[in-house]
Design a protein around this ligand. Structure first.
Ligand code: KDG
Length: 315
């Protein structure tokens, strides 16, 4: 039985080998991506059982993704084959600094047809955590409804719900729709994990404490705000603080850092670690993945993570 459930869209990613526009770059490396899939890989490699719900097109991409999921040991019982729609993909350009530009090929994809009825098949009675992201809420109206319904069903069974706001403006019709939808979802969750700029956008407030208070007043129990190389700020009803980030000598690609961070925190909480230790683990996971151009390829095993924590210095 899986301890964690997540749902979302897996994507094939093609990563540009050098900087430049699509017409200037001829060579791309194939990889696998999707925030919730990255999260599932992270949680699984750290030794936990997770079930990943999605819809895959019956095409070469879908079959390749299914092989990967099974090879990683992620529970695939909630994966639905879709005969009519294709599996999505995206192109990731190379950035010398900051987040790279991307181009999505996912509109009308198989995963965007995830719906409330799909969630009906999940039995939450033995699940400990549900993890939702703002990407799943943004890919379609039916997937957004599926997310809200999963949260409702999970809460009825006392399952802890975490939410990574994961803002992708390209997926939304307007900023208002994006802000209102993600705030509505955030307020129904136990723990939220926005980046500092996401928190500012969603709340129109500036500093981490104000942003955290905005959600705590609405009933969220734990707010953890990612501060990039400075680590993460956290606040609960009882305490607050900052957990320092790790020194990274050479950042290759920041995409996937938030998913790795979430996997570190969720796995830490499942193991009963104190919140600060779980956040330290999240920071370490983020620091590891940004040294690779892939979104999940070098996510560590428990042993690799422990070795990292023994040797690395904080900022
Ligand atoms: O969080 C990492 C994701 O951004 C990436 O893997 C692709 O899911 C993705 C997205 O929608 O941007």
């Amino acid at each position: 039985m899986s301890e964690v459930i997540t749902l979302g869209e897996p994507l094939i990613v093609y990563v540009a080998e050098k900087t430049g526009t699509f017409s200037e770059v001829e060579t791309y490396t194939r990889g696998l991506a999707g925030a919730e899939l990255n999260f599932s890989v992270g949680v699984t490699r750290l030794g936990h059982k997770i079930s990943y719900m999605t819809r895959l097109g019956q095409d070469v991409y879908g079959k390749y993704i299914m092989e990967f999921i099974q090879k990683e040991g992620i529970n695939s019982e909630h994966i639905i084959w879709d005969k009519q729609h294709l599996t999505g993909s995206y192109l990731k350009f190379k950035a010398l600094k900051g987040d790279p530009a991307i181009a999505y090929f996912r509109k009308g994809s198989a995963a965007s047809y995830l719906c409330r009825d799909d969630v009906e098949q999940i039995n939450f009675s033995k699940v400990k955590m549900l993890h939702i992201t703002g990407i799943s809420a943004g890919i379609s109206k039916s997937c957004c409804d599926a997310c809200k319904y999963a949260i409702k069903k999970a809460k009825e069974k006392g399952v802890f719900v975490s939410f990574d706001t994961n803002i992708r403006k390209a997926l939304w019709d307007s900023e208002e729709q994006l802000r209102n939808t993600l705030n509505e979802i955030a307020e129904s969750c136990d723990m939220i994990l926005p980046g500092i700029e996401e928190g500012r956008f969603l709340t129109r407030l500036n500093n981490p404490e104000e942003i955290a208070d905005f959600y705590i007043k609405k009933g969220v129990k734990v707010v953890i705000i990612k501060l990039g190389e400075d680590g993460a700020y956290y606040k609960t009803g009882q305490k607050q603080g900052i957990v320092a980030g790790f020194k990274v000598d050479h950042v290759v690609d920041t995409v996937g850092a938030g998913d790795a961070f979430a996997a570190g925190i969720v796995s830490g909480l499942l193991e009963g670690l104190p919140l600060e230790k779980a956040i330290e683990r999240g920071n370490a996971m983020g620091a590891i993945i940004i040294t690779s151009k892939g979104d999940n390829d070098i996510l560590p095993t428990k042993q690799q993570l422990e070795d990292f924590l023994k040797t690395k210095e904080c900022n």
